[in-house]
Structures are given as structure tokens and as C-alpha cells.
Write a protein that binds this ligand. Sequence first.
Ligand code: MLT
Length: 403
Amino acid sequence: MKINSNFLDLHESYLFARIGAIASAYQKEHPEKRLIKLSIGDVTLPLAPAVVSAMKEAAEEQANAETFKGYAPDQSCYGYEFLLRAIMRHYDKIFLAAGRPNVLKECEIFVSDGAKSDLGNLLDLFSADNTVLLPDPVYPAYLDANLMDGRSVEFLPAVRENGFLPLPEREKRADLIYLCSPNNPTGAVYSREQLKVWVEYARQQGAVLLFDAAYEAFVQDARFPRSIFEIDGAKECAIEICSFSKTAGFTGVRCGYTVIPEELKRDGAELNRLFRRRQTTKFNGVSYITQRGAAAAFGEEGERQTALCREYYRENAKLIAKSLKKLGLWFTGGENSPYIWLKCPEGKDSFAFFLELLEKANVVTTPGSGFGRCGEGYLRLTSFGSHEDTREACARLEALLRS
Ligand code: MLT
């Protein structure tokens, strides 16, 4: 028997598990200290009331023989009609804001238990011989999932000089290209013109763009696209992966959706059909209760309430930005994204600065180097904490770094 030896080439633990373990070990040694976590992008506000009431109602239905639901109708694991319609209405609004007609169809949407799972699951459709192109720094799940399959990976530097938004380089050919906008970890957002360049490139190369739109709801500036499908030609070369985690506070509930256009064909096969085949074999769908909650998040009340939550997190981003400005630290992000990406002071390396903040301010962050080589010298902060904790963390950072 042989194991998948690609696992042996991975870093021993996943980035956020590693950071979590370091913070827990520190806490164990210093039980008297109160750590504030601005590390993993986990939401802290409770679910919106409209979501909770829909989920309670759904749980009641599951308590009655007449309304009980087992597997989804026709064993379709792609999502209940009511959620697919709600997602389409969400897209209607995105396209309306962009001044374009909604080009998507319900049959192109796959409901899942979250973007991270789909980002990995989609790889079943692609040969391990394919080459992958990733920005550096990058959300580590893209890299690890491809290394597990043994794909070779090329990196495009996302650096201050290109606004952390790399564009295609002719000499770097790839079959699969990951883009994340608004970006995790840098908070940078691609413009329409830049995404047009990527779509054009992917079509010319016969590549597939895996567009991670998990943070689209944080875009405030209408100049920035919230979906790759706002770009002409994207339906022939892109898959979009979305999440209710950050949009509606579902990090603990788990729900997301992926759009695979019918037009998307590679190697003579329709990728939508292939994924449908994959999902019916390996996935049994998201629970009815969760899907009712997700649909409510995209209902009128749910949209209003979740927008207030995102506004709350934006306030945190402003508090962090204010402190960093006071300290004279260079940073970006936080405006159309929940993440702030800052330059470590005095040329310190990411991990040393991360440790300093942990030990001297008891604030947990994420070292930029954990996201890739080009992240060295940077640190990521999340705005998903409570106001109280964010204020306290800012005060601690100011006290430490001023002294
Ligand atoms: C992050 O902190 O990068 C994200 O919360 C991780 C995730 O969404 O899986």
C-alpha cells in the first residue's frame, strides 16, 4: 500500500492551524493574559435575526412528519430551488449595479458547504499534469490543495509595485489560474480593465480562471466588479466560488456556492456536467436548515441586517487604519475588504513581528510570510473582531510600537 506521498511535501500544518497552535501554547503558558485575535478571518457577530428565524422555522418543519425533509428532491445535491432563486436574485443586483444583464442560469449554480471545500473539490475535474498559477502572497488553501494532487505551481508576485494585483506574464503559461478579489490576504481589488486582461489571457491560453469571490459583499466602490461574470467572455473561461461565511456570518454554519457556466468546455467536456457528476457521487448536499438560513440572508430583511454587520466590521477596519496611520505604518486594504495588510516596521521580518505582537501586546495576527515568499515583511490583520477587542488591540499596538 502506498499513501499519497504529495502530503509529505506539505508544510507540517495548515497556516491558520499553525498560528492557532502558537497562540494556544502562549495562552497556556500565560493564563493571566487576555489574547485578542486579529488573525483568522472568523466573524464574531451573531447570525442576522432573519437568518435565525428562517433556520428555526426549518428546524420545526424537520420535527413534523408532514414537513420533514430527508435527501433533497431527486437526490439533487446542488441546492434547493428556493436557494438557487435567492442566489440568482443576489446576482441580479450585482449585475444591475454593474449596468449589465444577469448572464447566469440557476443550473450553473452549485450550493456547497463553503468556498474552501469547493476550491479543493473542483480540482477533481483537472488532471494532475496541469500547471497552476497563483499570486504570491495567496490564500494557502489554493496552494496546499494543488500540492496534495502533485500539480506544479508557478507564482506571480503580488507586490507593492503592482498594487498587489499581478497581471498575466507571457512567459508563465498555466492551465489553472487562481484569482481572489477582493483579495485575501492583501485586501487589493481588481478593476474591470484588469479582469478583462485576465479573461482575455485565459481564453487565449485555454486556461480556467478559478475566481474566489468570497469577499465580494465588502466591495463598496461600484468601480470594482463583484463577479468575474461582469466581464465579457468570462463564461467561456471562469468558475466563480462564493461564500456566505463573510457575507452573512456563516463561518460556523457553513454554506457557499460555485458557478460553473454551461459554456465552459475544456478538452471537449462541459465542466458543469463533470462537476455535477462529481457532486452526485461525492456529496449529498447542504442541510435543508442551512439552506433556508442562506436564502434568508439574501432576502430583503436578511440583506439589510447582514449589510449592518459588514458595516460594523468596516468600522473596525477604520479603527485599525487610524492607529496604523498614527504609528506611521504603511498599510493597504480595509476599504473594500475585511483585511488590512501592513508593512512591518523597521524592516522586521513577518514572523518576528508576529511574535513581538503576540508576546508584548498579546495581539494575535497572521505573518505575511505564511501566505507566500512575497508576503515576507508584511502582516495581516482582520476586522472581524468586536469593536471592544479591536479598540483594545489598537490601543495595545499603539502603546507598544510608540515606545
Ligand atoms: C482567512 O483568515 O484567511 C480565512 O478566514 C480563512 C478561510 O476563510 O478559510
